[in-house]
Design a protein around this ligand. Structure first.
Ligand code: NDP
Length: 324
């Protein structure tokens, strides 16, 4: 496993990490979750990604229970949670980035995990109703209290992140270290355009999500319609419609042909393409089956095979490189 510095910090994060969205506490049983986590850890993965909203808190409970059952040193892994969406949702203060919800969400996540501190705590989305100052102050306080070690954002715009840095610097507070954006062959704007100045001036770290575009870039929808997947879970039509859009399927098919010619399994082509971007600190893998994870963990071996020629061939298929 390769380890990369998480942005401008001393924290080393495995280049491949492991997430729990839609799987833990929902799509898979706890025994499979245990096997997946064990395979990840035994292969050098040191970062496990959670969020208050995943399976309405259950994903973090399952992850916490598994961690507790292992004899893994707390210093050997990094755990995250995210605040914003809440999971109770009914009342106005049960979501967002107010000091109240941030403090309460952090305590609730610690309780679900059964941990004393979170390594990473993300603001899961920007909150248009809370001044960024209040959010920066609250995160800084949690760090001073020892409840979290680093804080970051997810799907914030470059301007919003820059404002958080500006306010933190002006007031001697700790600013955001890392951002968690979607990044894959189809979603490139934030990573390749919007965040360029943040990488240059703040050395921002990134923990990128949906590297396989929810499974589309594994190639399994190219010539089939497998039903035992997240896209066919009840209530996931929004994700199915987005993922299986006609133009995406067409590009995925052509990427599949390229992968065949190169004799690279298609999921590894998609993951290695993400890993090749030097602004990616870690690619968060998702998996509902142990075999998927075992395959995906080979992605680092494929990075050297992405020569300029191969990257150009990919670009010719995608035709979506952000214009700077
Ligand atoms: P991917 O885009 O890689 O999708 C993972 C899913 O694709 C798997 O669960 C599996 O689903 C399918 N898959 C993966 N590998 C293979 C393979 N080799 N062959 C066939 N199918 C495969 O990542 P995720 O969308 O899961 O995102 C990763 C993590 O990022 C999440 O767990 C979460 O921690 C984080 N995240 C953060 C978000 C944010 O807003 N900050 C939003 C979303 C995710 P199936 O078997 O069901 O088809």
């Amino acid at each position: 496993m390769e380890y990369r510095k998480l942005g401008n910090s001393g924290l080393q994060v495995s280049a491949l990490s492991f997430g729990t969205w839609l799987t833990f506490g929902k799509q898979i049983d706890d025994k499979t979750a245990d096997s997946l986590l064990s395979v990840a850890y035994e292969n050098g993965v040191n970062f496990f990604d959670g969020a208050e909203t995943y399976a309405r808190g259950k994903a973090e409970e399952v992850l916490g229970k598994i961690l507790k059952s292992k004899d893994w040193s707390r210093s050997s892994y990094i755990v995250s949670s995210k605040v914003f969406f809440g999971w109770e949702k009914d009342l106005p203060n049960q979501r967002g980035l107010s000091r109240k919800h941030i403090f309460e969400a952090c305590d609730a996540a610690l309780k679900r995990f059964g941990l004393d501190y979170l390594d990473l705590f993300f603001c899961h989305r920007p909150d248009k109703n809370t001044p960024i100052e209040e959010t920066v102050q609250a995160m800084n306080t949690l760090i001073q209290q020892g409840k979290i070690l680093y804080w970051g954002t997810s799907e914030w715009s470059g301007i919003e992140i820059a404002l958080a840095h500006y306010y933190a610097a002006k007031n001697g507070l700790i600013g955001p270290l890392m951002e968690q954006p979607q990044y894959n062959m189809f979603e490139r704007e934030k990573m390749e355009k919007d965040y360029q100045l943040l990488f240059r001036d703040f050395k921002m770290g990134t923990t990128i999500w949906s590297p396989l575009a929810s499974g589309l870039l594994s190639g399994k929808y190219n010539n089939a319609s497998p039903q035992d997947t997240r896209l066919f879970i009840e209530g996931m039509d929004w994700l199915k419609n987005r993922t299986l859009a006609k133009d995406r399927i067409e590009k995925a098919k052509r990427l599949g042909q390229l992968a065949d010619r190169l004799e690279i399994p298609m999921p590894l082509l998609g993951l290695a393409w993400c890993l090749k971007n030097p602004n990616v600190s870690t690619v968060i893998l998702g998996a509902s089956k142990v075999d998927q994870l075992k395959q995906n963990l080979q992605a680092l071996d494929v990075v050297p095979r992405l020569t300029d020629k191969v990257m150009n061939s990919i670009e010719n298929i995608l035709r979506n490189k952000p214009v700077l």
